[in-house]
Design a binder for this molecule. Structure first.
Ligand code: AMP
Length: 277
């Protein structure tokens, strides 16, 4: 497996490989959720490249950029074990050289859900992923449903800007008890981890409600709030929106994204499921 720490090395490696290339962009602290994306990529492509870059432009002031878990040695070992061909590990100075002023903004989709309380987040994500796509020139790129809004935004970006690759969204990988795997779960102590499970229970409550015939969105959201209250410390949002464009809906009469963002202690966690009528 190649370790590519700068743009020249990446371009040289890219110029020398033949056949399809799968790409899994990450911020590192890799876990089984990332591994599932890598496995899908290695199954579908002749080569797979993983990037590890904690992208500063997608963090807001006061967010966890500086304490974000960095476990590069273990990340490289995980990639190696999973048959990755190359790992790209640029630093901020390489990705954002002095004088950098070009940004990618995807409108509409980004002013809802996470975009509401994290202004600028998706601008940072879209910009860094556009740059990574230009550098890596993948055949296919893999993202997790765990970050549902991100997957929609990047799918839209690739389509709108005619980027010559397929954007593929992969299912959320969960712990045996249902907690969505996340690099940020490392911040949770045993008690917080128990409390964090209420997020998945709230999503399941919506699923159970719909299965029992309750399709009214305000009613389902109230049920979800009940599950979260007393468990999480602060709810950022509880939303049930159109899964295709994040538009608002009053009843679940088409596929719906049921999504939560909540704080357990100072850790912000997100999770979602898709429900269909
Ligand atoms: P991150 O390192 O958190 O930026 O995530 C890198 C990629 O892995 C993104 O496309 C995430 O959506 C995806 N990912 C993170 N956690 C999971 C999970 N539990 N299941 C599936 N994909 C995930």
């Amino acid at each position: 497996m190649e370790q590519l720490a700068n743009i020249q090395a990446l371009r040289a490696w890219r110029g020398n490989i033949a056949g399809s290339l799968g790409f899994v962009p990450t911020m590192g602290a890799l876990h089984e959720g990332h591994a599932a994306l890598i496995n899908r990529s290695t199954a579908e492509n002749e080569h797979t490249i993983v990037s590890v870059f904690v992208n500063p432009t997608q963090f807001g002031p006061g967010e966890d950029l500086h304490k974000y878990p960095r476990t590069l040695e273990a990340d490289i070992a995980l990639c190696d074990r999973h048959g990755v061909s190359a790992v790209f590990t640029p630093n901020s100075a390489l990705m954002y050289p002095a004088g950098f002023t070009t940004w990618v903004t995807v409108e509409g989709l980004t002013d809802k859900l996470c975009g509401r309380t994290r202004p600028g987040h998706f601008r940072g994500v879209a910009t860094v992923v556009a740059k990574l796509f230009n550098l890596v020139q993948p055949t296919r790129a893999y993202f997790g449903q765990k970050d549902a809004q991100q997957a929609l935004v990047l799918t839209r970006m690739a389509r709108d800007l005619d980027m010559p690759l397929a954007v593929i969204t992969c299912p959320t990988v969960r712990e045996p008890d249902g907690l969505a795997m996340s690099s940020r779960n490392r911040y949770l102590d045993a008690r917080d981890r128990m409390r964090a499970l209420s997020i998945y229970r709230a999503l399941q409550a919506a699923e159970t409600g719909l299965a029992a015939g309750e399709a009214d969105v305000p009613t389902l959201k109230r049920t979800m709030w009940t599950e979260l209250e007393g468990n999480v410390d602060r709810v950022d949002y509880v939303e049930i929106v159109d899964a295709a464009d994040l538009g608002s809906m009053e009843t679940i009469d088409r596929p719906a994204l049921v999504a939560i963002a909540a704080f357990v202690g100072s850790t912000r966690l997100i999770d979602n499921i898709i429900l269909s009528p």
